[in-house]
Design a protein around this ligand. Structure first.
Ligand code: BTN
Length: 245
């Protein structure tokens, strides 16, 4: 692994319920170094955002979790999430796959989801002490029967080496972590340069109400800022969905 700390301690598993749950339990029971990566070939009970499950195909999806001790003020909590999405997008772009960050944290290629992130935080004394960052990437999967999903193999028309993908992801996570530590404004700018549908008019649904609005930005609280008929409004995660299909 061509990194200083992310992935230097690499725990490779054949099969696990969830890499996030595994790393959470391990880090609760033992002192584990920051940057530890848990990678599993097969994940049988993967967890997604908002209590959804994350289905992955054994040996074909990249499933990993990374341990951070950010010791951050809570005001920077969502900027940390932005840094993760940015590193993930960048690692796909390095492979020649033009991808975007769909608010709040999904990675999209050609209007379909290619990767997802589940970040689980421990907060104590008003600081983000520990963060388990779980990443799932559709790598060599066949997603043709899922309208809203796509894999790297389908974009590139070639198989992806899982070890190469893992190592490129660890490198980008490390590179952007250093930037995150030094220059949060640049993280904000780069995140917005990859924000899906930025400055575009998009159809949304909020409860039973459908409306069109322009995507402006994502604020420091992780809220999506839209401009609807000239008026700016902020929406929290889970409050509205994009109408894409
Ligand atoms: C989402 O888009 O809903 C988030 C998906 C996150 C899936 C990854 S796979 C590795 C890690 N372990 C889990 O149980 N979930 C995350």
């Amino acid at each position: 692994m061509n990194t200083l700390f992310i992935g230097q301690n690499l725990i490779s598993l054949k099969s696990v319920d969830s890499t996030n749950t595994f790393l959470l339990n391990l880090s609760n029971n033992e002192k584990i170094v920051e940057g530890t990566v848990v990678y599993a070939e097969n994940q049988i009970n993967g967890r997604g955002q908002r209590n959804n499950s994350w289905i992955s195909e054994g040996g074909k999806s990249l499933c990993l979790s990374v341990l951070f001790y950010p010791k951050l003020d809570l005001s920077h909590q969502f900027t940390f999430n932005k840094y993760i999405a940015l590193a993930l997008v960048s690692s796909l772009n390095v492979l020649g796959v033009k991808s975007f960050i769909k608010w709040p944290n999904d990675i999209f290629v050609n209007d379909k989801k290619i990767a997802g992130v589940l970040i689980e935080n421990s907060i104590r004394e008003k600081k983000l002490q520990k963060s388990i960052v779980g990443i799932g990437i559709n790598a060599n999967n066949n997603c043709s029967d899922i309208e809203s999903a796509i894999s790297l193999k389908e974009v590139l028309n070639a198989d992806i080496g899982m070890k190469e993908l893992l190592s490129s992801l660890c490198q980008e996570l490390e590179k952007y972590y250093l930037l995150f530590r030094n220059d949060k404004n640049q993280i904000q700018d780069l995140y917005h340069s990859y924000l899906y549908k930025k400055d575009c008019l998009v159809n949304f649904t909020k409860e039973d109400y459908q409306f069109s609005a322009i995507v402006k930005e994502v604020d420091d609280f992780g809220r999506l800022i839209l401009i609807e008929k000239g008026v700016e409004k902020a929406y929290s995660v889970g409050e509205l969905s994009f109408n894409l299909f």
